[in-house]
Design a protein around this ligand. Structure first.
Ligand SMILES: [Zn+2]
Length: 474
């Protein structure tokens, strides 16, 4: 086993009280929930304090020279610090200039061998010192991919890194979010100076820096570009590569009217709308296995019969939504499935959920594409929650979801990074997901320590699964 040479620092005291109490997490954990569950005053962005924020150079602490050299070039070429994207109101589909060709999609000859295509958007300027949703997260994953020889350097055409992609446009973002939120956030950037940090009132512990607006556009743009590539190759092959957007800030808590729970723009929701609008993929199936309920995605599509949102999350965790009876509304009734799992649920629970809930649900819905909110904070080592997923659980999910997509929607499938705050378990689990996409054996026995695990609450899990199957007639 190797260790990435960085660790999550305490989160202004919050991290310490968020440490799960195994088997009885209701005490200290509820304190954390109280702190996080303040009502969301959407889009109300205030400059409340000034602190020094970690600049781009601060990631030298990581010793990642070489790995991010190319990415640094990408950032420079995108004009980091300039926020001019809202002036461009064209949708990202503007490449459709009559030729129908998207210059950002790798040539088909390159894609035909690929098993996985990924894009990296680490948002190095979006960082608050000691915050768990830190700019160390994506570099830690990239470093693990490199050490485990899962990058194009080692895998040739089997693994493609999509480097040239555009930031999302304001029109892309406003397919999910209100214009007042988007322009309000952009305006707030002007209030921050180079050493300023913006706190977003009422959004849980969500922060912004001078770079947040632009870097959030880049994150959403990476997801959109992966949709383009995967869809393009699905026209040539029955087995296109699986996409993985290694992006931040995450997105699934961001609601239409504002940011929330570390999330700025709903990257996956924006990509779902884009897939519909630009590629004519009418029916989108979203699987969200982050430990927290993806309330933002849930809300964006709650009345939409063409986008199925299926979320598994820890019962009682932030933000407190995602109950069994939240099943959609109006035309969308029945196309939202929420499965809160009891604390302590782990590998056995999730395997059963996959077989008995996710598969029949997806088969019944018959989607044109599957998108995945891939949160790695359900891992037993994650500091912010109390489920017991392992690296092996994430390998199983990656492998099975890829196969499911192949069976029901021509292999069209893109993963979006959401949570995951223990840098070791996050990076090993993403790396093992890549091995699953490559159809290579899991390295979970190297990473997972069975001594960490305790007995899953199997009776409660069974009850929860039966309940959701009954509600959704599965
Ligand atoms: Zn989460």
């Amino acid at each position: 086993m190797f260790h990435i040479n960085c660790r999550l620092a305490p989160f202004n005291g919050l991290y310490n009280i968020a440490l799960p109490v195994r088997g009885n997490y209701s005490g200290q954990y509820s304190v954390f929930m109280d702190l996080l569950s303040s009502p969301c005053l959407a889009g109300n962005v205030l400059l409340l304090a000034r602190k020094r924020f970690c600049s781009w150079k601060s990631h030298e602490r990581f010793d990642l020279d070489g790995i991010f050299a190319r990415d640094g070039v990408l950032y420079k070429s995108l004009g980091r610090g300039r926020r001019c994207f809202s002036k461009n109101t064209e949708a990202s589909s503007s490449y459709a200039n009559g030729t129908g060709e998207n210059p950002y999609v790798p040539l088909n000859t390159k894609l035909s061998d690929a098993r996985v295509i990924y894009a990296v958007a680490p948002a190095m300027g979006h960082n608050q010192e000691s915050h768990p949703e830190s700019h160390f997260r994506v570099p830690a994953i990239v470093q693990a991919l490199d050490k485990l020889e899962l990058t194009p350097k080692f895998r040739g055409s089997k693994v493609i890194e999509l480097k040239d992609f555009k930031p999302a446009t304001v029109d892309d973002i406003t397919s999910v979010h209100t214009r007042s939120y988007v322009f309000g956030l952009e305006k707030a950037m002007d209030q921050a100076s180079q050493d300023g940090l913006i706190f977003i009132e009422g959004s849980g512990p969500t922060y912004a820096t001078i770079d947040t607006f632009q870097e959030s556009l880049i994150a959403a743009g990476a997801g959109i570009a992966l949709i383009d590539s995967v869809v393009a190759e699905s026209k040539n092959s029955k087995d296109p590569p699986t996409g993985f957007a290694l992006i931040r800030p995450p997105g699934h808590h961001a609601i239409p009217k504002g940011p929330m729970g570390f999330c700025v723009f709903g990257n996956i929701a924006i990509a779902a709308r884009y897939a519909q609008r630009v590629h004519g993929l009418k029916r989108v199936f979203i699987i969200d296995f982050d430990v927290h309920h993806g309330n933002g995605t849930n809300d964006a599509f709650y009345e939409d019969p063409d986008i199925f949102f299926l979320s598994t999350h820890q019962d009682g965790s932030y933000p407190g939504t995602g109950k069994f009876d939240e099943v959609g509304h109006g035309d969308g009734e029945g196309t939202t499935l929420n499965l809160p799992l009891p604390g302590g649920s782990g590998d056995t629970a999730m395997r059963t959920v996959f077989d008995e809930v996710i598969v029949p649900c997806a088969q019944k819905f018959k989607p044109d594409i599957i998108l995945v909110s891939a949160g790695y904070d359900a891992h037993v080592l994650d500091p912010l929650a109390s489920l017991q997923f392992t690296t092996g659980t994430y390998y199983m999910l990656a492998s099975n979801i890829q196969q499911l997509a192949k069976n029901i929607c021509s292999g069209r499938c893109v993963f979006f990074l959401e949570g995951g705050y223990n840098l070791d378990s996050l990076s090993y689990s993403v790396a093992d997901s890549f091995r699953a996409f490559l159809r290579e054996s899991s390295l979970s026995s190297t990473f997972d320590n069975p001594a960490m695990l305790y007995e899953e609450p199997s009776a409660k899990v069974k009850q929860a699964i039966q309940r959701v199957k009954h509600i959704h007639s599965l």
